[in-house]
Design a protein around this ligand. Structure first.
Ligand SMILES: NC(=O)c1ccc[n+]([C@@H]2O[C@H](COP(=O)([O-])OP(=O)(O)OC[C@H]3O[C@@H](n4cnc5c(N)ncnc54)[C@H](O)[C@@H]3O)[C@@H](O)[C@H]2O)c1
Length: 281
């Protein structure tokens, strides 16, 4: 896809990978609609991007609410007269598989999985109608292999990989020019380990749980050892312009995880989990 003059919608665009993607695409003269649940960082992101010359608006949007995601599409059409790219990027992480309250599972799945589903329902019909558009769904290395301490996150991210592959096959069968990519990074230096800042108030008591605290400490160390979000954004732009499905910023870990799963499925030893290995590209 030629980027010049196109319009992109980025959920969770006020921080981390979403914000880095916004900066990258703004530099290619893409109009931007940033959606985020955090209004103050969203205002700051929009102001900073504007002072660098970007065409950008910010819309307060919670991706767990389908109407908010539809409103992002409508804002793009109203402000820029079109929508060509959607980054289903907003995400949160919390909880192990054992002992995590159901409400915490639901929160993670609502943001990380239903946020992506709402993005697909809001944008893909429009892209098909105009026979132009590209969807980037953010999964994770945690969508390619199970990791301890990450049950809800792995469940959501495996689902995002699965639905992205399914969308790829459906688009292929339809003969449409619409593209889809799935982004599966290892650790990236963002605020993902502080996801609880956006947790519904009634769930925050869970953070006092000793396992939750341990997970938060380990996650914070790994995230801070991760790669720069700008490096991820560069790979995302390349995937959109060359219509590449897999975006693997930590390619070595992604391939290794997949090979280990294959060995395990063939009767070999269970795959072992290398946390700090997932910080290196
Ligand atoms: N940082 C990593 O190590 C890493 C690795 C793999 C995948 N990811 C994925 O990358 C994506 C971006 O996360 P990040 O690392 O930049 O973290 P981040 O916390 O810096 O950014 C996430 C953004 O999503 C927003 N958000 C949270 N809940 C929302 C909601 N309900 N509605 C709308 N916006 C919401 C946050 O306010 C924030 O601006 C996520 O899907 C995450 O799972 C991150």
């Amino acid at each position: 896809m030629e980027l010049d003059g196109k319009t992109a919608v980025i959920t969770g665009g006020a921080s981390g990978i979403g914000l880095a993607t916004a900066k990258k695409f703004a530099a290619s003269n893409v109009n931007l609609v940033l959606g985020d649940i955090e209004e103050a960082p969203l205002r700051k992101a929009v102001n900073d991007l504007r002072s660098d010359g970007a065409h950008v608006i910010g819309v307060a949007a919670d991706v767990t609410l389908e109407d908010d995601v539809i409103a992002l599409r409508e804002a793009a059409l109203k402000e820029f007269g079109g929508a060509h790219l959607v980054f289903n990027n907003a995400g949160v992480a919390a909880g192990a598989t054992i002992g995590t309250p159901t409400k915490v599972w639901k929160w993670v799945l609502d943001v990380d999985l239903y946020g992506v589903i709402y993005g697909i329902n809001a944008f893909v019909p429009l892209f098909l109608e105009q026979n132009e558009g590209h969807v980037v769904n953010t999964a994770s290395l945690a969508g390619l292999g199970g990791a301890p301490g990450m049950g809800p996150y792995c469940a959501a991210k495996f689902a995002v990989v699965g639905l992205s592959e399914s969308l790829f096959q459906e688009l292929l069968l339809s003969g449409s020019k619409v593209g889809v990519s799935v982004l599966c990074p290892g650790f990236v230096r963002t605020r993902i380990h502080e996801s609880s800042r956006n947790m519904p108030r009634e769930l925050v008591s869970y953070l006092e749980d000793p396992t939750a605290r341990l997970i938060a400490d380990v996650a914070s160390e790994a995230v801070n050892a991760g790669i720069d979000p700008a490096d991820v954004a560069a790979l995302v732009e390349n995937a959109v312009t060359t219509n590449k499905f897999w975006i693997l910023p930590h390619e070595r870990s992604a391939l290794r995880t997949t090979e280990l799963r294959l060995d395990w499925m063939r009767g070999g030893a269970p795959m072992s989990f290398d946390l700090m290995g997932a910080t290196k590209p």
